[in-house]
Design a protein around this ligand. Structure first.
Ligand SMILES: N[C@@H](CCC(=O)N[C@@H](CS)C(=O)NCC(=O)O)C(=O)O
Length: 221
């Protein structure tokens, strides 16, 4: 049995999803909390864990794997023979689910960060000037356009790939959860996506991680 150490932070959407995978599959692991922007940028972390100074990372018997979607695929290949988080066996079904995971980790994340960076993270953590109200409105409209495209992609299905929740749903959920909270926006203009969000939020491990995240946020305030 390999020894796994997960380096992450529940406040980070890309870290919450591999953590959800570890918990959902019941994989034994040690959790190491990494403070974002400080510990994650330290010499110790960047020289040993991730040269890019980001969470998450998974240490597998002393070897470090970074990139949330790579970590998720590793965990699925190693511990999910029954296809609980990603379909196993049928390559097309697997590709459909991995497509959703990649949409979450690339397209959606890039879109939400484009607004979260200048509106929130820049001014709060890096002393950058806040964007104008007009610019903020435009950036939020672009995020809402991404939500609209997700609404279309989802259609009338309960989950993005059909009747079953896969890890891509959780990846997109976690990004949307943080985005809505930080930008103070919601999904009310996107009815299918809104209903899907409610459903995913009821998953036991999603709810557990959400609680953990909001408890930390409320302690900070
Ligand atoms: N492509 C990376 C992105 C990870 C990422 O954006 N991590 C953020 C936290 S949400 C981070 O560690 N930021 C710290 C920094 O950039 O200094 C992945 O999917 O793992």
């Amino acid at each position: 049995m390999v020894k796994l150490v997960f380096h992450g932070n529940v406040l980070s959407p890309p870290a919450r999803t591999p953590l959800w995978v570890l918990k959902t599959l019941g994989v034994e692991h040690e959790f190491k909390h990494v403070a974002i922007f400080t510990e994650s940028r330290s010499e110790e972390y960047t020289s040993k864990v991730n040269v890019f100074g980001q969470v998450p990372a998974l240490e597998v018997d002393g070897t470090f794997i970074t990139q949330s979607s790579t970590i998720i695929r590793y965990l699925a290949n190693e511990f999910d023979k029954d296809g609980i988080i990603l379909p196993s066996g049928d390559h097309l079904e697997r590709a459909k689910a991995e497509e959703i995971l990649d949409i979450g980790a690339t397209t959606v994340r890039m879109s939400t960060l484009k607004a979260i960076g200048p509106i929130f993270a820049g001014p709060k953590y890096f002393g950058l000037e806040k964007v104008s109200e007009e610019e903020e409105k435009k950036l939020i409209e672009e995020v809402q356009a991404t939500f609209g495209k997700l609404n279309t992609k989802l259609g009338d299905k309960p989950y993005f790939t059909g009747d079953k929740l896969t890890v891509g749903d959780v990846y997109i959920f976690n990004d949307l959860q943080t985005t809505q909270f930080i930008l103070k926006i919601d999904l009310s203009d996107h009815p299918q996506l809104n209903a899907w969000y409610e459903t995913v939020s009821k998953d036991e491990i999603v709810a557990e991680l959400s609680k953990e995240m909001f408890d930390i946020i409320s302690q900070k305030e």
